[in-house]
Structures are given as structure tokens and as C-alpha cells.
Design a protein around this ligand. Structure first.
Ligand code: RIB
Ligand code: CA
Length: 310
């Protein structure tokens, strides 16, 4: 039976590629897509999600918009990475269906409540919606099979020297989720900076003859130069959010460690840092499966296989 999942995302270029990998995967049953504010404004991420599902011909998937801003902070967006629309220079089809009337939290709660089996939550943006869900519907925790999230890193940051964007935008939400007791798998920068799309991989995707592959190649054309010009010196574009779907589809591509992770919410220089207790120094039990390594070529081959299904 396909694994039921709900994807909470802030599309966003890499979110879009994660959706493309998930929506035709025979082993995944995408029950809903909910949107968060992060890469772009809540209005734009919702519009992009509807446009992506229209492009991918999955208008059957329920869509709901989420919180307009982080729990306690002003919204910070990443238009410097994803562009003014959040989709780079890629033009999506006009959405031909509407989101549901419920909020993201209400939709996720309803789906968890009525599901005959626990549902996996995939989170690829700031964790505001999921923190609200866990706070307002704690009785539904047992209906969450696991939360697989892109965020954080072990001594790594892309928004500050020590903070990754998704966690940085809403650190209070992330700490609520990380200390919730729900099983967690973390795709942090340590692994996503290994999941690199190289120029030749983009040409491989461009050669696939379908409109989704063409859109993915176009998104990567916009995204790649940002990485090649960055002082970090990566030779390709980091596929952050697709790592969550890749782990669900092919966990054998990854190595991981069970570690304690907490989120700094008070530090003068370290707000949004995921503090990863690599050596068990704080005596707290591990709460997160931290992905540490990925087989890059296997990941690229999986991406190509997924995008070829459209
Ligand atoms: O730091 C990378 C993360 O922030 C990704 O999820 C990207 O889409 C942005 O949301
Ligand atoms: Ca994202």
C-alpha cells in the first residue's frame, strides 16, 4: 500500500522539485499539500502550490494555505534565492482549481483524525503550521507516523553562520516540533549540500520530453548560478527539499545517526541554530534521525526517474 503523506511546503524552487518527485511516485499517496510562508509570502507560496499541482495534473490533491507569519517573529522571505514569484523565471500554468476553505492546520487535523492509518508529514519550509497543529491538536500526535523535514544542520548555516533558513524563519516553531516526541527525520544542510545537481544533470533532465521536466530544468537554470557564485564553493545546486522525498522513496541512499537536537531561540548570534549533540554530551535521549550522507549519483538517478513519469 502506498505510504500516506502530507507535504507542508513554501514553494520555492526546491519545494517544487520535491513535489514533482512525490506526485507520481507509486509508493507515496499525497493526501494534501499545505503551504507555509518562507521562500515567499503566504499568498505566493499558495499560488505556486496550486500552479504546480495544475502543471503536474494533480488537481485531486487537497490544498490549504497556512499561517501568514511565524509564531512570534516577523516574516523573512528568500526572494533573493527564489525570485519575485518564488518560482524563479519559470512560468506555471494558471491554477485551474481552488484551495479548500480550511486552514492548513484544520485540513491536516481533519485528515489525521479520519485516516485509518498514521500519516507521514513532510515539511520543507518553516515549521509554523506543524507547531500550531501539535499545540492545538496534541491528541492527534499518535496519528502522525513521522515528520520528515528539511531544516537545520550540524554546525552549518545558510542564513547566518549557524542557522538554516527554515529554522531561522521560525525557531520557536521548530523547537516545539523537535521536542514534541513525534518521530523525526532531519534532512539538514550536512546532507543537502551533498545532494548537488551538476550542470550535466540539468541537461539530462532537460532532455526528458515532458512539461514537468522542462519546468524543473528551467527552475534549475535559475537556481544553479546562485550556488556556483557562492563563496561556499559548491560545484552544483543543493537539492534541499527533494532530500525529504528521496529518503521516503529510497532510504538506502542515505546514512543517518540518532542524535539529540534542539533549536536555539534566545542567542544573540545563534538564533535558529539546530544544536546537534553529536557526542551525547547533554545526556538527553536522541530525538531525531539526522541524515548525514547521501549517494549523490543515486539521488540524481532517482530524481530523473521521478520526473520522467510525467
Ligand atoms: O535552507 C533551505 C530551505 O529553505 C529549503 O527548504 C528552501 O526551499 C528554503 O525554504
Ligand atoms: Ca522550502
Amino acid at each position: 500500500m502506498p505510504r500516506p503523506i502530507i507535504i507542508d511546503c513554501d514553494p520555492g524552487l526546491d519545494d517544487a522539485i520535491a513535489l514533482a518527485m512525490a506526485l507520481r511516485a507509486p509508493t507515496l499517496d499525497v493526501k494534501a499539500v499545505t503551504t507555509s510562508a518562507g521562500n515567499q509570502t503566504p499568498q505566493k507560496t499558495l499560488h505556486n502550490a496550486l500552479g504546480l499541482l495544475t502543471l503536474m495534473q494533480r488537481q485531486d490533491v487537497l490544498v490549504a494555505g497556512g499561517a501568514a507569519k511565524p509564531l512570534m517573529r516577523d516574516l523573512v522571505i528568500a526572494d533573493y534565492v527564489h525570485g519575485d514569484t518564488g518560482m524563479g523565471n519559470t512560468h506555471l500554468p494558471a491554477p485551474d482549481f481552488q484551495p479548500v476553505k480550511q486552514t492548513a492546520v484544520e485540513l491536516i487535523a481533519d485528515l489525521l483524525r479520519t485516516s485509518s492509518e498514521p500519516i507521514t508529514l513532510v515539511v520543507t519550509g518553516p515549521m509554523t503550521n506543524i507547531a500550531l497543529l501539535l499545540s492545538q491538536h496534541s491528541e492527534l500526535k499518535s496519528k502522525i507516523e513521522r515528520i520528515v523535514f528539511m531544516g537545520g544542520g550540524m554546525n552549518a548555516g545558510n542564513t547566518t553562520p549557524v542557522a538554516e533558513f527554515n529554522i531561522y524563519v521560525d525557531p520557536e516553531a521548530a523547537e516545539i516540533v523537535l521536542q514534541s516526541g513525534v518521530p523525526l527525520t532531519m534532512a539538514g544542510l550536512n546532507v543537502t549540500h551533498q545532494a548537488l545537481v551538476l550542470p550535466q544533470d540539468i541537461e539530462r533532465i532537460r532532455s526528458i520530453n515532458n512539461p514537468v521536466a522542462a519546468a524543473v530544468a528551467s527552475m534549475l537554470d535559475f537556481y544553479l548560478p546562485l550556488y556556483l557564485s557562492h563563496p561556499r564553493g559548491l560545484p552544483g545546486a543543493a537539492m534541499h527539499d527533494p532530500c525529504t522525498i528521496a529518503w521516503l522513496l529510497a532510504p538506502e541512499l542515505f546514512e543517518s545517526r540518532e542524535l539529540w537536537v534542539g533549536v536555539e531561540t534566545q542567542g544573540q548570534y545563534t538564533v535558529g541554530m539546530t544544536v546537534v549533540d553529536e557526542f551525547g554530551q547533554n545526556g538527553k535521549p536522541a530525538n531525531v534521525e539526522v541524515l548525514t550522507h547521501i549517494n549523490r549519483q543515486g539521488f540524481i538517478d532517482l530524481m530523473v526517474e521521478c520526473v520522467s513519469r510525467y
